[in-house]
Design a protein around this ligand. Structure first.
Ligand SMILES: COC(=O)[C@H](CCSC)/N=C/c1c(COP(=O)(O)O)cnc(C)c1O
Length: 526
């Protein structure tokens, strides 16, 4: 239509843009313009979408999205009659009353307990947890972790609680001068297997990884502390073949930047994107703590106006987008096989707020500052959402009390999804810890089954099947585009992965194995 006022033409019938098409979906059925579609037109479009999604749901093996939606439609469709919005801090009442904060807080408490945080949230207790459910996926939770860490490490504003329990904003801004710039410029360490959205977050926040910091602060003319050279750190800290961060190289790089007086931000994967690997969080924390003593542990920063604040100058974040959802239950089963009647193939590393290390003087230090987890991966919420969790003592100052929403707001967004907390709550409320362990057992057995069946496929060249122990991701050589689309495969180089989730079935695996044995499975049509 020409955008003029008055009569407008009907929907365009011949799209001028060549959008990517999906078989079974005709873009022309979905075009909308000046005239409303008839009910028949709308229903035809929606029916075609339902048919398309049904097929794709039943053939989705390529992403770590559980396809079971835990009865959300059955139990929660009535809530689509409400305009819920959890804007503001989840622990405030907030001015917008159609909200589901009580469910959000219950979900946060559930994971705070599983992740060994002090709960319930208590603004007067710096050691107690604080967190919120995001409107985006773990990309938002990781972005928030980077932002929280950056401002904490730079000595920026923090929520403070006065003796009378009232929360005030203590304005702290480091008295930086050019010579002090390094004091407030954190260097971000993460493995090369880290999700690409982490790099997005760093660009948004103007933060530096090892390579960027070496460039900005002109360390490139010094010998890189790891053999790979500075170029070898461009995309993060090198990983091993299983997708876990190389601990020795991480240590050497962190040591280099501690000695340069930078604050240190380390993000560790727990269930990495492609290989489903678990960084050894507890071992890494124990190895790094001596580097942080004493200057990075109790560092006094002089702030204006003439305030001194003691801060840590390191932050350990755990990107548990996938693994923070199952990790607690896998570790429960490993710790008490007699209770759960199953022992996982490996004991996954400790990863949460319960990880502590001892200083040289024997003082016990809590090491993990924040955790992110996607709700739409292991738990099965049918759209992107996540949890961000940290501690009150690290919580950033909100913009001053926000009268318009009747709440302080330390979350990232303005309006916040209030439906996700309800879906998460409903999913969690149906399952006991034993049920959760059973989900892990079934998924593990299916991952082992998939690995075994794929390895039985005798083709040349080999399928190169691989699975990191303890991972639900089975990797193999990339098949043709038709099979990639059929199974929604995620590819890295000339390999793909199939992720086994609680919704995966043996039938799906058998059909995938059949497909991979067809004569053209690895041949692209001319
Ligand atoms: C190829 O797989 C992906 O890109 C998925 C997102 C789609 S679900 C697989 N992973 C997202 C992800 C993210 C980003 O989470 P989302 O924003 O929820 O997609 C953060 N951290 C890790 C370790 C991740 O694996």
């Amino acid at each position: 239509h020409n955008g003029q006022a008055g009569l407008v033409s009907g929907p365009l019938k011949n799209p001028t843009h060549e959008y990517p098409e999906e078989p079974g979906i005709d873009a022309r059925d979905f075009q909308i313009a000046g005239h409303a579609l008839t009910d028949v037109q709308r229903r035809r479009a929606l029916d075609s979408m339902a048919r398309y999604l049904t097929y794709k749901r039943d053939h989705m093996l390529g992403y770590q999205f559980s396809q079971d939606t835990d009865g959300s439609r059955r139990d929660l469709s009535r809530f689509l009659d409400f305009h819920v919005n959890n804007m503001g801090d989840p622990f405030d009442r907030g001015g917008y009353k159609p909200n589901t904060r009580v469910a959000e807080r219950a979900v946060l408490d559930y994971y705070a307990s599983l992740w060994h945080a002090e709960w319930p949230h208590n603004p007067k207790n710096g050691e107690s947890y604080w967190g919120y459910m995001t409107s985006m996926g773990s990309t938002e939770a990781n972005l928030y972790a980077l932002w929280n860490a950056r401002d904490y490490l730079a000595g920026k504003m923090l929520l403070k609680t006065k003796s009378d329990g009232k929360q005030t904003l203590t304005y702290v801004e480091p008295e930086t001068s050019p010579k002090n710039e390094k004091l407030v410029t954190p260097v971000v360490f993460y493995s090369q297997d880290t999700h690409y959205s982490f790099g997005k977050g760093m660009r948004v926040l103007g933060m530096y990884n090892v390579y960027g910091a070496a460039q900005k602060f002109k360390y490139m003319n010094e010998k890189c502390p790891i053999g790979d050279g500075w170029e070898g750190c461009r995309d993060g800290v090198p990983s091993n073949k299983d997708g876990e961060v190389d601990i020795d190289k991480l240590y050497k790089l962190v040591k280099f930047f501690v000695e340069k007086e930078h604050p240190i931000l380390v993000s560790l994967n727990y269930g990495s994107t492609f290989k489903g690997a678990h960084d050894h969080v507890e071992e890494i924390c124990h190895k790094l703590l001596p580097l942080f003593e004493p200057q990075h542990l109790e560092h006094e920063l002089t702030f204006g106006p003439k305030q001194k604040v003691t801060r840590r100058r390191f932050w350990i974040h755990v990107d548990g987008a996938l693994g923070a959802g199952y990790g607690p239950f896998m570790r429960m089963a490993s710790a008490e096989p007699h209770v759960f009647h199953w022992t996982p193939e490996v004991t996954l590393p400790a990863f949460d707020f319960g990880v502590r290390a001892r200083t040289k003087k024997g003082k016990s230090v809590d090491m993990v500052s924040s955790i992110s987890m996607s709700g739409h991966k292991w738990p099965g919420v049918p759209w992107p959402c996540s949890l961000y969790m940290s501690k009150v003592k690290y919580q950033m100052a909100p913009p001053a009390e926000v009268p318009v929403i009747g709440s302080k707001d330390t979350t990232f967004a303005g309006s916040r999804n209030g439906f996700s907390p309800l879906v998460m709550w409903n999913a969690l409320a149906q399952l006991s810890y034993s049920d959760q362990v059973e989900r892990c057992r079934i998924a593990t057995e299916l991952a082992e089954y998939m690995e075994r069946r794929l390895k039985e496929i005798d083709i040349t060249p080999s399928l190169e099947v691989a699975r990191t122990p303890g991972s639900f991701s089975v990797r193999f050589r990339r098949p043709n585009a038709r099979l990639l689309a059929k199974w929604s495969m995620s590819e890295v180089g000339d390999h793909v992965h199939a992720f086994v989730m609680p919704s995966t079935t043996r039938e799906e695996i058998d059909e995938l194995v059949y497909d991979l044995q067809t004569s053209d499975a690895f041949i692209e049509p001319a």
